[in-house]
Design a protein around this ligand. Sequence first.
Ligand SMILES: Nc1ncnc2c1ncn2[C@@H]1O[C@H](COP(=O)(O)OP(=O)(O)OP(=O)(O)O)[C@@H](O)[C@H]1O
Ligand SMILES: [Mg+2]
Length: 261
Amino acid sequence: MTVEQPLLGGTANRGRVVRVGDTVRRPLRPASAATHALLRHLEAVGFDGAPRLLGVDDRGREVLSYVEGEAVVPPYPPWAMTDAALVSVAHLLRDYHDATSGFRADRHEWSSTVPAPFRGDGVTTHNDPNLDNIVFRDGRAVALIDFDLASPGSRAWDVACAGRLWAPLRAAVDVTDARRGAGVERFRRFVDAYGLTGKERASVVEAVPETHDWCYAVVAGGAQAGNEGFADYWWHGGADRAARTRAWYAGNLAALRESLA
Ligand SMILES: Nc1ncnc2c1ncn2[C@@H]1O[C@H](COP(=O)(O)OP(=O)(O)OP(=O)(O)O)[C@@H](O)[C@H]1O
Ligand SMILES: [Mg+2]
């Protein structure tokens, strides 16, 4: 009998992502054709920081390669809160964007659209580089997983999204690990490690609240549409935390801008 081992950590597909041997099975979605084209492109250009697409199984689920390692899920291990881990995420994101540069994302239908000022530099953004969507080995980020929200975007957009989650940029009350109080400094470190250029460094600060609102619109929309994982998250603390983060931006984006100037 085939053993299906539940993989925990995600919200959108909670309870529906399983490991079978060396593979992962996930539900198909309306934008799967687009994300599959992206995964095939990444394989074709030899980018090894993403799972390989292996097909669709007899139950209509996508089959991906299982990436050996550890995604960062609560309670967060201390090694994942270090600057070394943060810098490795920035390097992985940079390599991923470089690998997408020859991919014609405009030829596909994606699940959502990044606001116009933050797309158009030719990269396909991941859009959900949360802690549980990055696999580590030996304390170093080695692969992005879960490309469900990918779309045409820009480097500044994805750096803002990853940076605000990994720094993190939010009220101190919402940071219960060693990263507390270090958000602005760690965000700058992330931007430096990625290697954003002068103009992109200004754009990345503007993108921070935009990516926040964009991601939470996905979560709130999913909650309203009846997705159980999103509803649990949103109605049991997520909505309040998002409001606190928004208020934190109002008081701290000037300092962030200054630290990147
Ligand atoms: N290809 C893979 N290789 C290794 N582990 C994986 C892989 N895909 C998923 N996982 C593990 O399963 C967990 C949940 O998977 P996934 O991110 O696909 O779920 P999700 O519900 O779609 O997440 P989200 O809420 O971020 O949309 C991940 O956090 C990771 O630990
Ligand atoms: Mg996920």
